[in-house]
Unconditional design. Structure first.
Length: 335
């Protein structure tokens, strides 16, 4: 099965976050003959319930290639033309999984040892698989993490601060607003103050950005709202602590702030001979906490098509990625 066929087979497995097991099963079965043929090891490492990471190694791991098994909703199956493979997860990260597997197959068949594959669950929500894997790095010295970078080596990626803003009030008949206390009005006032918070700027990563992703609340149009909430996602260029405190200060006395997720920005490694870039999204790398070695970030596809109804990955970049991953592994193994 070539890299195109493997990409399409993976796209056609629905594995929205929380339902990664079918994709994990498929990957494990795909790796099993290679493990048997070259005296490797293959593990399904339980993260929670039926969810598991897949780990395969050939010799003690020095270089580990890793990406995530889950996708965002909604699922839609694969299709292709001469230039692209389409479908949910095509670039985030089915094509990456396929490229990594094909690269490792070539390396191991050529007698290379010290290479491993680690496919984890939950990156699209809370990096549960990466946090679990961080407990045991198996001695790996280098981590090649896969996300869509158009096959350029990303030397920096932004972090993420996800928070929930919750406002409380008192219900009343909307004809007599003075008898109630509108939680929606409070929430709108707090969000206006949060939008005024100055956000940090980094010379490499650029400016932090704020997105108010969801807003909800209230009971009915003729009822003063007694509850309202909003979800925020701030793309960080630092560890996020100053931003966290500023958001809390903006809401003080008017709403509660609940921390949901905090992942710091990352400055990453570069290698001679590889074109570099900087990405504005967040990856599993901070969740690994250095346990799997010095991190690098690279993968086929453009992030601009990830999470969209037009998700796709260029076939040319898939074949390039196989060779790039092989070259990275060999270069890192040489030290």
């Amino acid at each position: 099965m070539n890299v195109f066929e493997l990409t399409q087979a993976l796209v056609d497995i629905e594995s929205i976050t929380g339902n990664e097991a079918p994709a994990g099963d498929y990957v494990a079965r795909r790796l099993s003959p290679l493990v048997a043929r070259h005296n490797g090891t293959l593990e399904r490492i339980t993260v929670e319930g039926t969810r598991f990471n897949v780990f395969a190694s050939w010799g003690d791991p020095v270089v580990t290639l890793s990406t995530h098994l889950d996708t965002v909703p909604p699922f839609f199956a694969s299709s292709e033309d001469d230039e692209f493979i389409y479908g949910r997860g095509a670039c985030d990260t089915r094509g990456i999984i396929a490229s990594m597997i094909c690269a490792v197959e070539d390396l191991v068949d050529a007698g290379v040892r010290g290479v491993a594959l680690l496919f984890v669950v939950g990156e699209e929500r809370n990096s549960a698989g990466a946090f679990h894997a961080a407990r045991d790095g198996r001695g790996s010295r280098f981590l090649i993490n896969g996300e869509p970078t158009e096959n350029k080596l990303a030397v920096g990626s932004k972090g993420a601060l996800r928070m929930e803003v919750v406002a409380s009030g008192r219900m009343a008949h909307s004809a007599y607003p003075e008898l109630g206390d509108s939680a929606i009005n409070k929430l709108l006032d707090v969000l206006a103050e949060i939008r005024k918070v100055p956000l940090p700027v980094d010379a490499l990563l650029g400016a932090s950005t704020l997105n108010i992703g969801t807003i909800g609340g209230g009971r009915a149009p003729n009822v003063i709202a007694d509850e309202a909430r909003a979800e925020l996602l701030i793309r960080l260029v630092d560890d996020g602590e100053a931003t966290r405190q500023a958001v809390r200060a903006a809401a003080e006395g008017k709403a509660e702030i609940h921390d949901i997720l905090g992942i710091p920005a990352a400055h990453l490694g570069s290698l001679p001979g590889f074109e570099t870039t900087v990405v504005a999204y967040t990856t599993d790398i901070p969740a690994f906490g250095g346990a799997w070695g010095e991190p690098y970030l690279l993968g086929p596809g453009s992030i601009h098509f990830a999470h969209t109804t037009e998700e796709r990955v260029p076939k040319r970049e898939l074949t390039e990625a196989v060779e790039i991953y092989k070259r990275m592994v060999q270069q890192l193994l040489r030290g």
